[in-house]
Design a protein around this ligand. Structure first.
Ligand code: SF4
Length: 114
């Protein structure tokens, strides 16, 4: 029950942030990820549009949370919340799960025991 409420709250917070950002305008040209991948869904505006339409996809992890796309908005916070939402639904990328498991078992991201 708690996770359902948490997920609902996260969705509302994401929508609030992305609404504001989309109205203000989001500078795609500042995004290093978009400059390399050159596909709209990887742009900050593309990610914000997807999130704003309740599409919480794993491509939100294709972002280095550098904040270059923020212009008086907390867009990065929306991306972090979307990751949190996916983790809550157990839908984060396999690599992230492995990193967490490695940290729990060995204290480092590689899973190497000293
Ligand atoms: S925070 Fe993410 S989307 Fe925004 S500019 Fe940086 S890499 Fe791109």
């Amino acid at each position: 029950m708690t996770s359902k409420i948490e997920a609902h709250n996260l969705k509302e917070e994401i929508e609030e942030i992305t609404n504001k950002a989309l109205k203000q305008g989001i500078p795609n040209h500042k995004c290093a990820v978009f400059r390399i991948l050159r596909e709209d869904q990887f742009s900050p505006k593309g990610k914000a549009t997807l999130l704003n339409n309740n599409h919480h996809e794993n491509l939100i992890f294709d972002c280095n949370l550098c904040k270059a796309c923020e212009q008086q908005t907390n867009l990065c916070q929306a991306f972090q919340k979307a990751r949190q939402l996916l983790a809550l639904k157990n839908k984060e990328p396999k690599a992230n799960k492995e990193i967490l498991e490695n940290m729990k078992k060995t204290g480092n991201v590689y899973g190497i025991r000293n």
